[in-house]
Structures are given as structure tokens and as C-alpha cells.
Write a protein that binds this ligand. Structure first.
Ligand SMILES: [Zn+2]
Length: 269
């Protein structure tokens, strides 16, 4: 038998599909893949939160402090009194999975933060600004609201949340995560998260005092200070506009029929 070589047909290296159609398929395919990855990233925090229950988080972070925090002396009177106030306020949240710990940041700038494991940080600057226990109670109640909604973990960002997720899975130490206050304070919460925390904070204040008088007095004073805002600009960078909050808090009190007049409790320092 004689072998008769056959010529390959023309255009064997060229696809039968039009190049524009091929390019289109590629673009559509890649877009779909990116969309799926983006969606997964949005849900990954919710997934990680689900697998890191508040109890596990509290255990993991017990005794933990951000690496860069400068605290006041453990014998500080304001620290002691603020811790007592947090304990009183938290008693109105029956199933709180955290044992709240207060630390005072030795900074002149006003701020308050909710950190992993039930750690609440208030600054010296904020304590200098409050004029009644009722004012301070609302600021603290608002932070309790962030724990309630677990906003404080969402604010950590995906990178840390994923590390936290693996720390829980492998039983590792959180010290390895190296979380600094800047990781938390640089990220503000959404308007929605803030107003939910305000609502919870006001409910806690009402439960404690039987009225919400002066709950937003601090913000009213800040609102009135048109000039020098440098002392509280730090708090406002991570919280909503003082004026908006005053109006919202009034609306919540009116809606729920909470007494807006009542006896003011002085600060105990
Ligand atoms: Zn907040």
C-alpha cells in the first residue's frame, strides 16, 4: 500500500469562530468570575462571623490590648468609675456574651471605641468633655450597640477577619494578628450601623435612668461649638455629624414614648 500524503486543509490554525465572538466570550467569562469573587468577599465576613461566635471571640481576646495603646494607671479613679458605669449599663443587655473591659487611652482627642472581645476604649479627652453621667452613659451605650451588632469585627476588615477565622480554627493566639488601634479607628462605620448603635445606646440609657434627658447633650454642645473643633474631630471622624445624631435621638425618643425630662446624675469624680 502506498502512502499518499494529504495536504492539511487551509486555515487549520485559525479558529472557526470569529475572533470578536471569542474575545466577547473571554470578557463575559472573566467578568462573571470577578463578580463571583467580589460577592464571595462581601459575604466572607458574614461567614467568618458565623464561625466565630461572640463567646469564642470573647475567650480569644480576653486580656488582649492593642499593641500601640497607652493606658492610664489601673488605679485611675475615672477608669474605675467608667468600668462601674459600663457594668450597670450592660446589665440591661441580658444575654451579653462579653465581659466588658474598659481602658482609658491617654489621649487629649475625644474618642470612644468598641474593640474585639468586649474591650471599650475611651480617651482622656472624651472624659474631659462629658459633664454628666447621663452624657457618658449614652456614649458608652452606643459602643455596647456596636458589640450587639458585632460591627466592631466588621470594622476590622477582611484581612484580619480571615486571620481571626483561622486563629479560631487552629486554636492559635490572637497576639499573632498584631491588631493596632489604627486598624480599627481608620475605618468608620456605615450610617446604618451608627444609627442602630445609637438606638441601642438610647434604649440602654432609658432602661438605666427611666428617661433619656441629656443623652445627646454632649453632641448638642459640640454642635454649638462652631469654631474650635480640634478636640473632638477624632470622635466625629468615626461617628456621624453631631447635629444629625441629636435630631435622630429626639425622633427615637418621641417614637418610643421615652421620657425626655428627668433627674441628671452628676459624675462621680
Ligand atoms: Zn459608633
Amino acid at each position: 500500500m502506498k502512502f499518499i500524503p494529504k495536504k492539511p486543509r487551509e486555515g487549520i490554525n485559525v479558529s472557526d469562530v470569529h475572533p470578536l465572538v471569542e474575545a466577547g466570550t473571554l470578557v463575559v467569562g472573566l467578568t462573571a468570575i470577578f463578580a463571583i469573587i467580589a460577592l464571595a468577599l462581601i459575604f466572607i465576613i458574614e461567614i467568618a462571623l458565623y464561625f466565630v461566635p461572640a463567646e469564642a471571640e470573647a475567650k480569644l481576646f480576653s486580656g488582649w490590648l492593642p499593641e500601640d495603646l497607652v493606658t492610664v494607671s489601673p488605679a485611675d479613679e475615672r477608669l474605675y468609675q467608667t468600668q462601674l458605669l459600663v457594668d450597670r449599663l450592660a446589665s440591661h443587655w441580658a444575654e451579653a456574651p462579653y465581659e466588658f473591659r474598659v481602658e482609658i487611652d491617654d489621649s487629649d482627642l475625644s474618642n470612644a471605641m468598641a474593640l474585639p472581645g468586649g474591650l471599650i476604649i475611651v480617651t482622656q479627652g472624651l472624659l474631659d468633655q462629658v459633664e454628666s453621667e447621663n452624657e457618658l452613659a449614652f456614649v458608652l451605650g452606643h459602643e455596647l450597640g456596636h458589640f450587639r451588632n458585632r460591627d466592631h469585627l466588621r470594622a476590622l476588615g477582611r484581612g484580619i477577619m480571615i486571620s481571626l477565622f483561622f486563629a479560631v480554627l487552629t486554636g492559635n493566639d490572637v497576639a499573632g494578628l498584631g491588631i493596632k488601634t489604627a486598624d480599627i479607628t481608620l475605618r468608620g462605620f456605615s450610617r446604618e450601623q451608627e444609627s442602630r448603635a445609637d438606638e441601642f445606646g438610647l434604649a440602654v440609657v432609658y432602661a438605666e435612668y427611666g428617661h433619656v434627658n441629656q443623652a445627646s447633650r454632649l453632641f448638642e454642645r459640640w454642635q454649638a461649638t462652631n469654631g474650635d473643633a480640634s478636640r473632638f474631630v477624632s470622635y466625629l471622624s468615626t461617628h456621624p455629624e453631631a447635629g444629625d445624631r441629636v435630631a435622630n435621638l429626639r425622633a427615637i425618643a418621641l417614637r418610643d414614648g421615652w421620657e425626655t425630662e428627668g433627674e441628671i446624675t452628676g459624675l462621680s469624680w
